[in-house]
Design a protein around this ligand. Structure first.
Ligand code: AGP
Length: 584
């Protein structure tokens, strides 16, 4: 979704700093961009439709700048609709994330005396500000303008040598450097400059200038001491290093992340297990890949802890509110901690008096701040739009929590350690080359079907999602038992059928399904601890008990990656997708 980056401070190349910041936000997904700087009491703007790529800006030197990457909602992908937007006097610039729900009403009133140049909802805010600034100072005018907006929004405006921020929705991070200050929608973009950050809360505003950052209550205007925190991410963790893409870099980071989880999470695992134990009705919610992690969790809690923990996708959760009571526990899974359907789910849970626990990767994210209990995934910045390492980190934690609940915590750790060794073997040359060759073989197919049973069912859906997202091949993951109920009608000679056949109670059933697909001419690719006659291709994954769900997922990730590369798709920035979905 849209990205914001602003700079004010000692350096005079604000435009370049802002452009670099925007590049670091590219992964969030966008279709146009723009930068504004202040130059001798005038504003200089450059805006473009399309990707930043190798673009440079030819803006004058300045100590204050503001930029935006836009993901179109109101109005097409055009230069006129891209941010920053200016007021009629061209002395105020403004960028915005979110949706102004009452924009048509506001526009109707403002149109009488203001010149509108875009179709966006954003432009109404800058004209509102233009009116209010006649009688108020910049920060007061911003607070007043913001109060007139309906919807969840984050807004940053530049006037003179100040940046003013207000928010009640999308994330905003403030960065405190040495004589320089930053505002961004994402902490990883600030990381090269400073690790000292404060996450602006909803209903707060901030003023940034060369002397520092002041934070205010948006409604009352009363100054608040910002809660600064130190990021524990290393700047290079957000860079590509020697890898061609973030997706493959992040796939390779997984053993280290899981080792970190084993080493550092035991206390939190015990505490969350206690929370689940004492709840009366626990729910796991997530969207997309996080939903697949949540469904995996449902299987893990059932198998290991003999406990029913309900799963649902975030966008459907609201329709199940009738089950929530003050004794319920909602465990929300979200890499970004900003996904709107998750935030809405937990708001609902909190309104019902339920407790909320979260597994998120982003310190200070909205989910992190709203949760009664939180565990950080510790996966470092995930820059590829396609989630990989955050998925396996969530499963590892859920596996440890389920083991803890069943009183087999130590055994859980042993299995996870064994799984990490197997991942390292998988990521070694031989298997990776085999998966790459397989991708070459099937890269021109239009459909791939993926089956698994039990714990391998969410793994199949996740593999299908990865393939769809990055290679644009239609892929479907479904439970092996459903084959005969319809999907088998789609199997034609040479249709690739990926079959997850781990050493568990699903083995017999899944091999029978593979035979049925083979009988219709399907090209059977087995992902299993042993070869079988029915497999046309076999990817060996050693048995590591329930940890095999993690290793099997990594096979799906690698296959998706190579399919994308071979089809000349950019795996890090899939079309139409955004890293964090902050609007409905
Ligand atoms: C994953 O590859 C996707 N890009 C997407 O499904 C993602 O997992 C989903 O939007 C949820 O994001 P979150 O974990 O940040 O909440």
């Amino acid at each position: 979704m849209c990205g914001i980056f602003g700079y004010v401070g000692k350096k005079n190349n604000a435009a370049e700093i802002v452009l670099e910041g925007l590049k670091r936000l590219e992964y969030r997904g966008y279709d146009s961009w723009g930068v504004v700087v202040e130059d001798k009491a005038c504003l200089r703007v450059e805006r473009k439709a399309g990707k930043i790529g190798e673009a440079k800006v030819s803006l004058p030197s300045s100590h204050v700048g503001l930029g935006h990457t836009r993901w179109a909602t109101h109005g097409g992908v055009t230069v006129q609709n891209s941010h920053p937007h200016l007021d009629c006097t061209e002395t105020i610039a403004l960028v915005h994330n979110g949706i102004v729900e009452n924009f048509s009403e506001l526009k109707k009133e403002l149109k009488e005396k203001h010149r509108f140049t875009s179709e966006t909802d954003t432009e109404v805010i800058v004209h509102l500000l233009e009116d209010l600034i006649q009688t108020k100072n910049f920060s007061e005018a911003m607070r007043e303008a913001f109060k007139k907006l309906i919807g969840l929004n984050a807004v940053v405006s530049l006037k003179g040598n100040q940046l003013v921020v207000a928010k009640n929705g999308s994330p905003i991070v403030l960065g405190f450097g040495e004589g320089e200050f930053f505002v961004s929608s994402d902490a990883s973009a600030i990381l090269p400059y400073t690790k000292n950050v404060a996450f602006l809360e909803d209903n707060q505003a901030a003023v940034l200038d060369a002397s520092g950052i002041k934070v205010f209550n948006l409604s009352t205007g009363v100054e608040i001491e910002p809660k600064t925190q130190k990021l524990d991410w290393e700047p290079e963790s957000a860079e590509l290093g020697n890898f061609p893409h973030f997706m493959v870099k992040e796939i390779y980071e997984q053993p280290k992340i899981l080792e970190g989880i084993i080493k550092t999470s035991s206390r939190q695992v015990e505490e969350l297990a206690d929370f689940i134990r004492s709840s009366y009705g626990a729910f796991l919610v997530g969207c997309g890949t996080a939903a697949h992690a949540a469904l995996t969790g449902q299987y893990l809690f059932s198998r290991i802890a003999k406990r029913h923990v309900n799963f649902n996708v975030g966008s459907e959760f609201g329709y199940l509110e009738h089950f929530l009571t003050p004794r319920s526990l909602v465990v929300a899974l979200s890499q970004s901690g900003e996904t709107i359907d998750i935030i809405d789910s937990i708001k609902l849970a909190l309104e019902k008096g339920a407790k909320v626990a979260s597994l998120t990767n982003v310190l200070g994210s909205t989910l992190y701040r709203m949760s009664d209990y939180k565990i950080l995934l510790g996966a470092g910045p995930e820059k590829s739009v396609c989630a990989t390492k955050s998925f396996t980190a969530k499963i590892a934690l859920l596996f440890l929590i389920a083991s803890q609940l069943s009183g087999t915590g130590k055994e859980g750790v042993r299995i996870l350690e064994q799984t990490v060794r197997e991942i390292k073997r998988l990521l070694d040359k031989e298997t990776v080359e085999k998966i790459e060759k397989l991708a070459e073989k099937i890269k021109d197919k239009n459909h791939i079907y993926i089956v698994g049973r039990g714990l391998s069912y969410p793994v199949s859906m996740e593999a299908a999602l990865k393939i769809k997202e990055v290679s644009y091949i239609h892929a479907e993951g479904f439970p092996g038992g459903e084959l005969k109920h319809g999907v088998i009608a789609l199997i034609e000679p040479e249709t690739p059928c990926l079959v997850f056949a781990p050493n568990d109670e699903t083995y017999g059933g899944i091999i029978s399904g593979a035979m049925e697909m083979k009988a219709r001419g399907g090209h059977i690719i087995g992902v299993s601890f042993k070869d079988a006659d029915v497999f046309d291709d076999w990817i060996k994954v050693e048995d590591t008990g329930d940890g095999t769900a993690i290793t099997n997922s990594i096979v799906g990730q690698l296959l998706a990656y190579f399919l994308a590369v071979k089809r000349k798709c950019d795996p890090d920035k899939p079309r139409n997708l955004a890293k964090s979905v902050t609007v409905k």
